[in-house]
Design a protein around this ligand. Structure first.
Ligand code: IMP
Ligand code: MG
Length: 179
């Protein structure tokens, strides 16, 4: 285990087992011959996206959108879109994929923009993690791999100031490693 990690919350094996189940459900839900556009929110969803996609044997396209709402440990509460345009998904079914649903501000801002501007025929969301918070999140996800306690976690795509995304598991970051 990495020295900066206090505890492993989800092992690599546990993540992969759960992705098998989640991918089976998504495949069954979309299995009608029509293509699916998966839109990944970067950078946090990269490992999750790669592992999930390879378990979904449907005709699908992959698009991405770079957004951020965090700096270090604290949510800035505003969502920044790094590119002006949304991916081209007019008339298509869209599955948004993100690493974590925390306050829900990110997913909400992305869902609002897609609804207003993208012209998708159907819009659903899939997250790897959902934090169990006191205050309900401002957006809902249709597919959730794991619910986790309200701790700051890193690994498997999740970062602290850009670091730790390459850990193969998800762990709680030690307090003293805060930026
Ligand atoms: P929300 O907008 O508050 O739901 O936050 C979503 C975004 O914040 C995610 O896409 C992550 O990039 C980041 N985030 C939230 N919680 C954590 C965490 O525990 N570790 C790392 N990043 C987090
Ligand atoms: Mg993120």
């Amino acid at each position: 285990m990495h020295d900066d990690i206090e505890a492993v919350l989800l092992s690599e094996a546990a993540i992969h087992r759960r992705l098998d189940e989640l991918a089976r459900r998504i495949t069954a839900d979309y299995d009608d011959g029509q293509p699916l556009s998966v839109v990944a929110l970067l950078n946090g969803s990269i490992p999750f996206l790669a592992d999930l996609l390879r378990r979904i044997p449907l005709p699908l396209r992959v698009e991405s959108l770079r957004v951020s709402s965090y700096q270090g440990r604290a949510s800035r509460g505003t969502v920044r879109f790094h590119e002006p345009a949304l991916p081209e998904v007019c008339g298509r079914r869209v599955l948004l994929v993100d690493d974590i649903l925390d306050t829900g501000e990110t997913l909400r801002a992305v869902q609002e923009r897609f609804t207003a501007e993208a012209g998708a025929s159907d819009l659903r969301t899939c997250v790897l993690l959902r934090k169990e918070r006191q205050i309900p999140p401002r957006a809902q996800a249709d597919y959730v791999a794991f619910s986790i306690p309200d701790r700051f976690v890193v690994g498997y795509g999740l970062d602290c100031d850009g670091l730790y995304r390459n850990l193969p598991y998800i762990g709680v970051l030690r307090e003293e490693r805060a930026p």
